[in-house]
Write a protein that binds this ligand. Structure first.
Ligand SMILES: NC(=O)c1ccc[n+]([C@@H]2O[C@H](COP(=O)([O-])OP(=O)(O)OC[C@H]3O[C@@H](n4cnc5c(N)ncnc54)[C@H](OP(=O)(O)O)[C@@H]3O)[C@@H](O)[C@H]2O)c1
Length: 314
């Protein structure tokens, strides 16, 4: 089997739960796409914190694993082959997509045609390959707190992968965002029209000062560690608080937990891709790594200070 016939492909794998040291690149034989499926040569596949948690065995109840396991939902690439019955995608088409099988961190992936949309030509590969997880999660979170023009939204991890999309979706609605972020990301938030507040000690006082006597209408938590409780303390109604990470606090305070699962469709992906083509949404790319440097990429992500996305390039 020669690589140039694309019968062998390289993919990220691990055989047991653990830290980034369990990750390796494996060569495997690639099947042809079945009816309704499309084979894509991956050009970019971003990485997400949830994948670390799954690999560490912390989410086994919610997302059970079988070994060897792969990683990744996000990707963008070029169609290599369309299975029987697929009429809308053909070889050479540039697409953005998602895998439901944790295997997009590879040089080739096969998915159902329902998990793809066309990549607008103006959207860079790295951004396109970062869109699905953070875009869908941000879309669901913003929808859940029913934002309207003039609202004030408090947002934790505002310059991270999910947060940086929420900031831009909220801006489109005309919402004022008070965004928690490290100092290094304050200029980016200001450029988006948001009010930056430094996280950590003094965050609560910083938010109160930014509110300047007004009342916060909604809070979206992308970090955990007390932000849901802070929202309650600020007098925000529980049904206008959404967390994508602190499910225990959500249960305790009766808040929402809308995330990717309620927006993981090609329809949402298409809507977000159109916003990118129209210049209304941009995914900040912190850094790219070759696929073979997947361990280093996750080591950086797991420091929890990424601005936007880290992307693997096969
Ligand atoms: N439920 C779902 O469907 C779903 C889907 C996707 C992600 N998630 C979860 O959502 C969370 C965010 O994901 P992500 O991809 O945006 O992560 P990320 O890109 O790694 O962002 C991490 C962010 O956390 C910020 N941060 C660090 N310490 C903080 C603190 N004390 N208070 C507030 N912010 C702090 C960092 O800000 P600075 O760099 O500015 O310090 C950084 O921007 C993760 O926990 C992830 O697992 C859930």
């Amino acid at each position: 089997m020669e690589n140039n016939q694309k019968k062998i492909y390289r993919a990220v794998r691990y055989d047991k739960f653990g830290g980034t040291d369990v990750l390796y690149i494996k060569e495997e034989i690639l099947n042809a796409p079945k009816a309704g499926e499309v084979k894509i040569n991956v050009r970019a596949a971003s990485i997400n914190p949830g994948e670390s948690a799954i690999r560490e065995g912390k989410m086994e109840k919610m997302f059970p694993s079988a070994f060897p396991s792969g990683q990744g939902s996000d990707f963008a690439g070029v169609v290599a082959e369309a299975g029987e019955g697929v009429k809308d995608f053909k070889p050479g088409d540039e697409v953005i997509g998602f895998s439901n099988d944790r295997n997009s961190q590879a040089d080739t992936v096969i998915v159902s045609r329902d998990q793809l949309t066309f990549k607008p030509h103006s959207v860079p590969w790295e951004q396109a390959g970062s869109l699905f997880v953070v875009g869908g999660t941000a879309y669901a979170a913003v929808r859940s707190v029913t934002l309207k023009k003039g609202d004030i939204l408090v947002l934790s991890a505002a310059a991270g992968g999910v947060g940086s999309v929420i900031v831009q979706l909220a801006k489109q609605i005309g919402v004022r965002v008070i965004g928690l972020a490290g100092k290094a990301n304050h200029d980016w938030l200001k450029a988006q029209g948001a009010i930056p507040v430094e996280h950590g000690e003094g965050a609560e006082q910083g938010i109160i000062a930014a509110l300047d006597g007004k009342k916060a209408d909604a809070l979206i938590d992308c970090f955990g560690s007390g932000y849901v409780e802070l929202g309650i303390k600020l007098g925000i109604e529980p049904d206008r608080i959404n967390t994508v990470i602190d499910f225990e606090a959500a249960k305790r305070f009766g808040t929402k937990t809308e995330g990717l699962s309620s927006a993981s469709t090609a329809g949402v992906l298409t809507e977000l891709a159109k916003m990118m083509a129209a210049g209304k949404l941009e995914i900040p790319v912190a850094r790219t790594y070759p696929l073979t440097e997947v361990k280093a990429a996750y080591n950086e992500l797991e420091k929890r200070h990424t601005h936007g996305k880290i992307v693997l390039i096969p």
